[in-house]
Design a protein around this ligand. Structure first.
Ligand SMILES: [Zn+2]
Length: 351
């Protein structure tokens, strides 16, 4: 236990902060105690009670930003996506359109929303749980920092994209307008600490501040972080200064001291989320080969137990073939969400 070091750290740093504050302002300095144990004393607020001004938090559910090139492949040349809803950040919106994502485990997640506007490079943002389902090892990255990030296959109604890189877990970040940024005394790209209240309350470290006059102040976390802290869209969060606690690197115990994991079949047995499909296989309509084959790690998966269970993806393009016979859904067919809607529209029977 490093309790002693922690306490001495906190005390040392708090005293330092107190010394920095001009005498007349000492009344503003607050020491908020977070837990009864007293082990983690809250930040020393040298600034004017920064906890008075709260920032709204938005939860980023898994989503994709597409390039024009990839939208052309997935939805057809020059396809114009339709805006479903404006998002909180000015100039950003959710499209009506969605894609299906397949990873090397040959599981798929359907109905992954496309966000606008289009970007120069396609970027897929997933939570760790999504990565576990798909079998991808997506790094935590700042938006746009995609070099060497993870790969997946994207399926749209008109085609399939093997995305060599562009899959990330977005870092925690907080959009600040310039007024709030100067209020908190924060510079662009500085990393800050943000505290969330409630029974699952916690302090998020390493939150990247992104400052622009075009932003509305809003923190963004993925669904895993949000669930851990019981955050919903609109939860108010507080900027804190946790610099009184020395940051530490991630450490992992040696094998003798690593707790055994609880055996768990949840990802191997039935998954009830209708957006999650299991044991799919994706074929490029043009090349007639599995898109996932181009990754050696996934080739091993394909060669394994999955090889007997190839699945067919039915997209809008294929619907004509089913006009007469109707679509027979078996365990080896996937009907893309759009194809399903379109089939219903055209009166094609789905069995
Ligand atoms: Zn954001």
């Amino acid at each position: 236990m490093d309790t002693e070091r922690l306490i001495s750290d906190v005390v040392k740093n708090v005293i330092k902060k107190l010394e920095e504050v001009p005498q007349s302002n000492t009344a503003d300095v607050q020491l908020s105690t977070v837990s009864e144990s007293g082990q983690k004393a809250g930040a020393a607020y040298a600034k004017t009670s920064s906890q008075d001004r709260k920032i709204v938090c938005g939860v980023s559910v898994r989503h994709v930003h597409l390039s024009r090139e990839h939208l052309d492949i997935l939805y057809g040349k020059d396809y114009e996506p339709k805006t479903l809803r404006e998002l909180y950040q000015p100039g950003t919106y959710a499209y009506e359109e969605a894609v299906t994502i397949v990873g090397p485990k040959l599981n798929a997640i359907q109905n992954v929303r496309i966000l606008g506007p289009l970007r120069n490079k396609t970027q897929v943002e997933l939570a760790k749980t999504d990565c576990v389902i798909l079998g991808v090892n997506a790094p935590v990255r700042r938006s746009g920092d995609l070099k060497g990030s993870a790969s997946v296959v994207l399926i749209g109604p008109k085609g399939v994209v093997f995305l060599d890189e562009g899959v990330i877990r977005a870092n925690r970040h907080i959009h600040l307008d310039t007024e709030d940024a100067s209020y908190f005394g924060i510079k662009d790209n500085e990393e800050v600490d943000v505290r969330i209240g409630g029974s699952k309350g916690l302090t998020f470290n390493n939150v990247q501040a992104r400052i622009s006059p075009d932003f509305k102040s809003e923190m963004h976390v993925d669904t895993d972080d949000a669930n851990a802290a019981d955050i919903v869209n609109g939860t108010l969060v507080e900027m804190v200064d946790a610099s009184c606690i020395t940051s530490i690197l991630t450490q992992v115990a040696d094998s003798n001291h690593t707790p055994p994991s609880i055996p768990d079949g949840s990802f191997a047995s039935e998954i009830t989320d209708p957006n999650i499909l299991k044991s799919v296989s994706v074929f490029s309509p043009l090349e007639g080969k599995s898109m996932l084959d181009s990754k050696s790690s996934s080739r091993q998966n394909l060669a394994g137990s999955q090889s007997g269970s190839r699945k067919i993806v039915i997209t809008v393009e294929d619907l004509d073939n089913y006009m007469e016979s109707g679509i027979k859904l078996t365990s080896s067919t996937i009907l893309s969400p759009l194809a399903r809607d379109e089939a219903v529209k055209r009166g094609i029977k789905i069995m």
